[in-house]
Design a protein around this ligand. Structure first.
Ligand code: NAP
Ligand code: GDP
Length: 337
């Protein structure tokens, strides 16, 4: 029998890749978004699946909308990907972040518990929960030490997912995904911002762009591969938590160096601190500057995941390294920009 999956946050990066993956597995896919999003389904269009999804409006702040949608379908799996997902914005909009990224999960869990507790539930947890890290490599048992309203809201949702699993025997699973990027990544996130910026410079559309902390390190994987891990978690016999990561970490500066190399740009770093700049040596022009407005009130300096459990139990492993990921992102940006 054809399974039915509901994805919250269908208009986002992971929503698009997951929908494509599930459609290929012959699922009926219900995608929920909020009213504003309908006109911005560019990701689903890019993947050629815009017309294969059943859309429902569901603002995560509104329990009645959630109850209405859950009452309309017989669901097998629910993937909760919707969130105020940007750490930077969580500092300027902490209440909205808590309401959507935190309480939004509770509204869904309560709806599942009270309507059909057999539904399998996936929660999009985040490596940001490890924050100011308490172990060199972060795994499922590493203590959480969140550093932003976003990460704190994700911790709330993560513990609730465990609590509903333990209290009510629900199949509630938490995927602790490290940063994952793609050509479909939001433009405010640093990887896509860098690639868009460099390409605009090459096309002479801008002279320079600005960044914050160049020395933060992230474990960056390819989003298209990470959504498969989400699905695999819900196919297990028992619900559990899994870290999904590459096990390698690079700084923002490393990312820029790799991207400029692939774009064959002749560049060099000059200066220190707020005066650090990237110079295009051919044009003798500054192309990246530092602007403290992009610094975060509290930073997560380094993340590096240990996904051994997922590799053993889910038989999942990452297949795309950072050089390959950068190539995929640049090639696509050149094609569509
Ligand atoms: P994304 O591209 O920012 O997508 C977030 C989605 O949530 C969008 O569809 C957005 O809709 C929706 N949304 C925001 N506020 C909403 C609200 N009030 N009601 C209903 N929907 C709302 O994020 P992503 O990169 O695909 O990530 C998917 C999930 O994984 C998120 O929960 C994120 O926090 C988490 N996560 C991501 C990463 C990563 O590296 N990408 C790592 C760990 C965890 P609009 O289009 O209307 O804004
Ligand atoms: P995050 O790990 O979910 O916060 O993903 P981001 O891509 O937003 O940020 C990754 C890291 O890049 C963080 O440590 C940021 O402080 C750092 N960073 C440096 N400059 C920028 C910038 O201009 N924009 C963003 N988004 N991040 C930046």
């Amino acid at each position: 029998m054809k399974k039915t999956a509901l994805i919250t946050g269908i208009s986002g990066q992971d929503g698009a890749y997951l929908a494509k993956f599930l459609l290929e597995k012959n699922y009926k896919v219900i995608g929920t978004d909020r009213r504003s999003a309908r006109s911005v389904n560019w990701r689903l269009r890019r993947l050629g699946i815009e017309n294969k999804i059943i859309y429902e409006e569901m603002e995560l702040g509104e329990i009645y909308e959630i109850q209405r949608v859950f009452g309309k379908y017989k669901l097998n799996e629910v993937y909760n990907l919707a969130a105020q997902s940007f750490v930077g914005t969580s500092f300027s909009s902490p209440l909205n972040t808590a309401n959507i990224t935190g309480l939004g999960t509770l509204r869904i869990l309560e709806t599942i518990r009270s309507t059909d507790p057999k539904i399998k539930f996936y929660q999009a947890s985040s490596s940001e929960m490890f924050g100011d890290v308490l172990e060199k490599k972060q795994k499922e048992t590493t203590p959480l030490n969140p550093q932003s309203p976003y990460a704190i809201a994700k911790v709330f949702s993560h513990y609730l997912t465990q609590n509903y699993r333990n209290s009510y025997g629900m199949f509630a699973t938490s995927g602790i995904l490290f940063n994952h990027e793609s050509p479909l990544r939001g433009e405010e996130f640093v990887t896509r911002k860098i690639i868009i910026g460099l390409i605009k410079i090459l096309k002479k559309e801008i002279n320079y762009f600005e960044l914050g902390n160049l020395y933060a390190k992230r474990d960056w994987g390819y989003a298209k591969e990470y959504v498969e891990a989400m699905w695999k978690m819900l196919q297990m016999n028992k619900p559990d938590d899994y870290v999904i990561s590459t096990g390698k970490t690079y700084s923002i500066k490393d990312f820029i160096n790799k991207a400029t190399k692939y774009l064959k740009m002749n560049v060099a770093w000059k200066g220190k601190g707020l005066k650090e700049k990237l110079i295009d040596l051919d044009k003798n022009q500054v192309i990246i500057k530092i602007n403290p407005k992009y610094f975060r009130p509290a930073e997560v300096n380094i993340l590096i995941g240990d996904s051994k459990k997922a590799q053993q139990k889910l038989k999942w492993k990452p297949n795309t390294n950072l050089d390959q990921l950068i190539q995929i992102m640049i090639d696509d940006e050149l094609k569509y920009s």
